[in-house]
Ligand binder design. Structure first.
Ligand SMILES: NC(=O)c1ccc[n+]([C@@H]2O[C@H](COP(=O)([O-])OP(=O)(O)OC[C@H]3O[C@@H](n4cnc5c(N)ncnc54)[C@H](OP(=O)(O)O)[C@@H]3O)[C@@H](O)[C@H]2O)c1
Length: 149
């Protein structure tokens, strides 16, 4: 074993949950977390994308097909996580984006955005709380669009 191999990894033994892990920022985070020693649970709605992402990570990862705007799906996700142990890190990353001018916003567009980015985010965090290890971290992914005028 080299000296580098004997250095403990930053997330060794930690359990992380990443919503929206099948592409983009979520996938990159999952890859980094596993490299740093964590066991990662990640979710997304499309099974095919999730499978492709899991193949890129290969080990110490479980993919769960789950829509964060569906509370039954979240219960199923956390039921699976609970079997492994307490959560150390939650990255609430799943989100959708569609640019629409104010005058063109429809009720369907509003419901789609708010069901994932607001309802999904809130219940992703709320339902994880009973499973959290003391001192764990919750990271919410958002947009600077919310703070720019
Ligand atoms: N990239 C940027 O410049 C940027 C800027 C500001 C904010 N953000 C935010 O950062 C987060 C990640 O962005 P990204 O660029 O990496 O996006 P992305 O590549 O589109 O990835 C989004 C991920 O979330 C999943 N997802 C979407 N809706 C979901 C739902 N209802 N339940 C579960 N999973 C869901 C997607 O998989 P499925 O479609 O299969 O569910 C996908 O894995 C998003 O919340 C986004 O709004 C990104």
């Amino acid at each position: 074993m080299s000296q580098i191999d004997s250095i403990p990894k930053r997330l060794e033994g930690k359990i992380a949950v990443i919503t929206g892990g099948s592409s983009g920022i979520g996938l990159a985070t999952a890859q980094r977390f596993v490299k740093d020693g964590a066991y990662v649970f990640m979710c997304g709605r499309r099974e095919s994308e999730l499978e492709l992402a899991l193949n890129q990570i290969e080990k110490n990862v479980t993919g769960v097909q789950c829509d964060v705007s569906n509370l039954a799906d979240l219960d199923m996700l956390y039921g699976i996580v609970k079997e492994r142990g307490p959560i150390d890190v939650l990255f609430a990353n799943a989100g959708v984006w569609e640019f629409v001018h104010l005058e063109d916003i429809t009720e369907a567009h509003f419901d789609k955005i708010f069901s994932v980015n607001v309802k999904g985010l809130l219940f992703t965090v709320q339902k994880a709380l009973p499973l959290f290890r003391d001192g764990g971290s919750i990271v919410l992914n958002a947009s600077i669009g919310g703070s720019r005028v």
